[in-house]
Design a protein around this ligand. Sequence first.
Ligand code: ADP
Ligand code: ZN
Ligand code: ZN
Length: 818
Amino acid sequence: MEYFLEVVLPIPLEKLFTYKISEAEADFIQAGMRVAVPFGKTKIYTALAYKVHTHAPEAYEPKEIYQILDERPVVDKVQLKHWEWVANYYMCTLGEVVRSALPSAFLLESETLILPNKNAKVDELQLTDDEFLIYEALQHQTALKISEVSDILDKKNVLKIVNAMVHKGIVLQKEELYEQYRPKLVRYVKLAEQFEGEEQLSELLNDLTRAPKQSQVVLSLFQLRAKSAKPIPISELEKESGGSRSVIKALIDKNILEEYHIRKDRVEFDGRSGDVGAIELNEHQHRALDDIQHGFDEEKPVLLHGVTSSGKTEVYVKLIKKCLDEGKQALYLLPEIALTSQLINRLQQYFGHQVSVYHSKYSIHERVEVWNNVLNDAEKARIVIGARSSLFLPFTNLGLVVVDEEHENSFKQFDPAPRYQARDAAVVLAALHSANIVLGSATPSIESMYNAKTAKYGYASMAHRFGDVLMPDINLVDIKEATRKRRMKGHFSETLIKAIEEALEEGGQIILFQNRRGFAPVVECTTCGHVAQCPNCDVSLTYHQHRNQLRCHYCGYHMALQQACLACGSPTLDKKGFGTEQIQQELGQLFPDVSVGRMDLDTTRGKYAYEKIISSFENQEMDILVGTQMVTKGLDFRNVSLVGIMNADSMLNFPDYRAHERSFQMLTQVAGRAGRTKKRGKVLIQTYNPYHQILQQVTTNNYDKMFQEQFYEREQFKYPPLVRLIKITLKDKDFNKLNEAADWMAGSLRNVLGTQILGPEYPPVARIRRDYLKNILIKIPRKQPLAQTKNSIKRIEKSFNAISKYKSIRLVYNVDHI
Ligand code: ADP
Ligand code: ZN
Ligand code: ZN
């Protein structure tokens, strides 16, 4: 009898691939184990075992696998099922899901580059012969491909060896160089080791008798140590001792104290966790919890609609507690990992070491660690907090999923495939596990609210802020009128300036929101009208004053700002529109004594930059924070009394059927940053169009009205959730070919589908990175079977791919969320 193994290769192949295996291998291999396999002439891949059987493939002569890499599956059966759903639903291949879901350390392949780990202390005697050869080769070469390792060792099966070296930290994978995650660093102090011990300590205190402040600090450190075994943050010592930073610094300089840093999300807990039982929910939270439980009892996902600062997190904490008490795992999904440190703190306070954090920007090492902990249902990973990719972890015992800020756009992955909506994929995941799932937001997406209204989801709401804190007082400022009357200073209305002055006087902090970075988005010649454009994309270049550069926000192209117009040579260049950089500059002129920070993509690139800005604002080292939508996200700043929106109009006018919904969400969320404590917060929204219905709905906090109107429009114009959408984007560098191909595609779709097809049309930015783009939109009535429609589309794609002149054209599918 011959045995065969079907595997998933981590590449965009439509079909599974089959290899030959021995009987012993057939006995051993289970679905979800990894195997090293040859592919094509020279490639080696790590593939995922899918199925063992005895039917030889007809189309090709199967090769033998190289090696089995695991003792037991690293991917669970339910997980595989979920991945297949993702591939099917979002119209990509299972291989693409596998590539995106598994930590890259699990997917070594012939092209993977490995590098020496310069920070590792390597004991050469501990290395095996093979490991030593690789180690030595890497002393002379900066990097090696796995295929080169094969040559060095004269073996084709090297993945296991390299895997082991990666795990031991002797070598790094190339991807690890891009460590982009910026965790929060906390500064801690401890007594230098030489003073540990009673004698040494009393000697020290003797020496310090003439420095009473310093000795007070040392004594306070002792008191803190007596209270708990936790590491002692400098800030806490400062508070406890009443000493200033300079006294502590003097002690550090004298080597009496040692300063060290711990990444906030990796702080080890001493095992004592706060008591979840001690949280007393208020009546609204109680009712919400009951309603959620009611939905769970009916086996429905539940939408928790709670205004900003209503205390949703505390409700989640209760749900998580219950889930853990039942011995199950909980997953807490967040739209953006930047948000985690505040949340991690809160969850660790209650659940201590049972909390793990996972996301794609973590180092490979840590990701593998969390993966294995989840797979083993380890204590340490009972609760996983993560961005969308944590959906793909190997849960075996999932009891609860929390999707926080469920309306957020960043739950959608746009590139590369799988282009999935993590919130929706989480609902499916929960169903596969028979787990509970709650989606929470102050501004639920139209889709989720529709699901709640049609009783597909359960519903719970909290309409009051916790602790009777008032909702912020939101006012619109008509800048059309102000501009006409020349009452604007730069981009600031008199009203806004006055409000800033008042807030500053009372010691409050201020957030100013402008949804564009840079100084000015357009540089135009007033003589000939020429606008500086990106050579690769269909967009104008944004002026960045700090670097005196023009930059493209799509492809990163940049050039120095010219003195004269590139078209006509006149020195008449005018900067139009404004971004965060310009606001910061104007603030410098309006309020020269006030410290102003800025948070946007440009200021948060450096290592830890994001966390530094946040903690510096939290510590009130800045009075005003200017930012893009980064400042709208769930951050909890206690002292913010004023939020200003510099201009609400560009958001509202964006050409997208979701623009109004998004504007409502963004404005409500940023307004929610104001007045989170007793004093009522104030929000000013500058606009040319104060009668816009969305702005009216924001000021009156009227979500229901917003929902009604948006829903009506979607009914009228047939948009989700009333129909399903699939967008096909065609991309090519050749403009004419693209147009021809898009027409062919749209024509075939019209012939076959008989459903509403829109386009082909150019998107608002019709060329990006030298590729021309064209979209075709397919609207599928809810009653029409989706799977069948997708199959028809895929069949048309096959015929399309068979046309040789269209070979270079790339097709991208986006389902639902476009
Ligand atoms: P949301 O996530 O709904 O915006 P949060 O969960 O951040 O709101 O709660 C707002 C504030 O109220 C937080 O500082 C939180 O600690 C506090 N809070 C909420 N519920 C309780 C409770 N039951 N007991 C004590 N404090 C609470
Ligand atoms: Zn000109
Ligand atoms: Zn560009």
